[in-house]
Design a protein around this ligand. Structure first.
Ligand SMILES: N[C@@H](CCC(=O)N[C@@H](CS)C(=O)NCC(=O)O)C(=O)O
Length: 218
């Protein structure tokens, strides 16, 4: 199986972190996008021309990071990252939605600026003063004050949060809004997460990929 994309993307990293948490880091090979980014071939696998997508050995493909991570959780062996208790599973899914909907949209203007796009002053201010604080307060509400996002072990929620907060840590200092102290559970969670081996491995992959990406843009 091939995972197409690069660790510069938090959505690619989510899948890699999940495999690491499961103890099966080599379950997929990381691959360039066949035909090149936004090529006809790429659009055939992902109509929006995004990464990641998964190519199975039998030719089938799957896009959307969480769908890929859930599929691999079911087939790749190792520890499962989905709680068997339906309510706990609901809490995991809630965090994934908070991060993918509210948080991702909130940090969008900063992400665009970092990748050569643009955002207006109003958009940046709204993100800093309203949208990101709202998303962080929501995440704080969901967390349980432990080293794990939900329950007493890694779940998909941890893979999702860690991959997104890598970019919070990287982007927000330049916008003067990197302080998490208003969100005590997020702050404590993030402190612990950063000290974990899975996050350290993810950060090393992402740092390398980001450096390569920006070098290629020069
Ligand atoms: N909802 C998608 C988001 C994927 C996504 O936005 N990927 C970005 C990289 S971080 C991308 O490929 N952007 C290229 C583009 O939109 O043109 C997922 O979870 O896989």
């Amino acid at each position: 199986m091939k995972l197409c994309g690069h660790s510069v993307s938090p959505f690619v990293e989510r899948v890699l972190i999940a495999l690491d948490m499961k103890g099966v880091p080599d379950a997929v090979a990381l691959s360039d996008v066949p035909g090149g980014f936004k090529s006809e071939e790429h659009l055939g696998f992902h109509p929006l021309g995004k990464i990641p997508f998964l190519l199975l050995d039998d030719g089938r493909s799957l896009s959307e990071s969480q769908a890929i991570a859930d599929y691999l959780d079911a087939v790749a062996g190792g520890e499962t990252l989905a709680p068997s208790d339906p309510f706990e599973a609901g809490k995991v899914n809630r965090i994934i939605r908070v991060m993918d909907i509210y948080y991702s949209n909130a940090i969008g203007p900063m992400g665009r600026m970092a990748f050569g796009g643009s955002a207006t002053e109003d958009e940046l201010n709204d993100a800093k003063e309203r949208a990101l604080p709202e998303a962080m307060r929501y995440l704080d509400h969901c967390l349980e004050g432990s080293e794990f996002a939900v329950g007493d072990g890694w779940t998909m929620a941890d893979a999702c949060i860690m991959s997104h907060l890598y970019w919070f840590e990287r982007l927000m200092p330049q916008f003067g809004a990197a302080d998490l102290s208003d969100y005590p559970k997020v702050d404590a969670y993030w402190e612990n997460a950063q000290a974990s081996d899975v996050y350290k491995a993810s950060k090393a992959r992402a740092d390398k990929s980001v450096a390569k990406f920006f070098a290629s843009m020069k």
